[in-house]
Write a protein that binds this ligand. Structure first.
Ligand SMILES: *Cc1c(COP(=O)(O)O)cnc(C)c1O
Length: 222
């Protein structure tokens, strides 16, 4: 169901970016947080590599991609941008990803741990994806299994990532985000990757340090 955004209008994207940044700042203000402590990651799975220049002109510089192959292509075209991996980690792809990304958001399987043990370096940094909503169909480590999973991770774990259920009511994500923050505190982790177009303001209020935003950055008629 992935929609592709192409023919992006630079002025439109710049206006969207400004709007998102001001909404992040307002949400940070409501929570007495420093807005500079929150990174805006542009989720670019919807955007073809040819259009990335438009996003960079709009001032975006941190990009997240879900597929290893796409990440490789896009990071090769824009090696001076910052790249994070936000998709489901397939063990076969870990080796090629590691040198290209600053952070892997979505470590959630034993096979990923095994590959990280093989291909990780002292610089490799990851987040563990948690499933706080108890969605059996979703990737993510349960809160109960988290401590043990982190202990077994062969590279540096600096935070948690979460992807709450899709909802039309952003407030529905709040208890999930609050739980993720609690878990991060329990495990002494500083980084929290949570919040998408549907609920990023709530995520910021609840402590997100990285919000992963796609569609609202790209929408609107050119
Ligand atoms: C696509 C994606 C996002 C961004 O979602 P939008 O609803 O387009 O803002 C964030 N995180 C992950 C893991 C994604 O795959």
């Amino acid at each position: 169901m992935t929609r592709t955004f192409s023919g992006l209008d630079p002025a439109r994207v710049a206006a969207n970016v400004a709007d998102v940044r001001s909404r992040i700042a307002a949400a940070a203000g409501r929570a007495n947080r420093d807005p500079d402590a929150i990174e805006l990651l542009a989720a670019v799975k919807y955007v073809p590599v040819e259009e990335l220049g438009t996003l960079r002109e709009a001032g975006l510089e941190l990009f997240g991609e879900n597929r290893a192959q796409e990440l490789e292509t896009k990071a090769e075209a824009h090696p001076d941008a910052r790249w994070h991996f936000i998709g489901q980690l397939q063990s076969r792809k870990v080796r090629q990803l590691v040198p290209r990304v600053e952070l892997i958001h979505s470590v959630a399987s034993d096979s990923a741990l095994k590959e990280l043990g093989r291909h990780g370096t002292p610089e490799t940094e990851v987040l563990v994806e948690v499933d706080v909503a108890g969605e059996a169909s979703k990737a993510g480590i349960t809160p109960e299994a988290l401590g043990e999973f982190i202990a077994r991770c062969p590279v540096r774990v600096t935070g948690l990532m979460a992807m709450p259920p899709a909802t039309s009511a952003p407030g529905a994500s709040r208890p999930h985000f609050a739980r993720v923050r609690e878990l991060a505190e329990e495990h002494g982790l500083a980084r929290l990757s949570m919040g998408t177009s549907q609920d990023f303001e709530i995520a910021v209020e609840e402590g997100a340090t990285i919000v992963r935003i796609g569609s609202v950055l790209f929408q609107g008629a050119g």
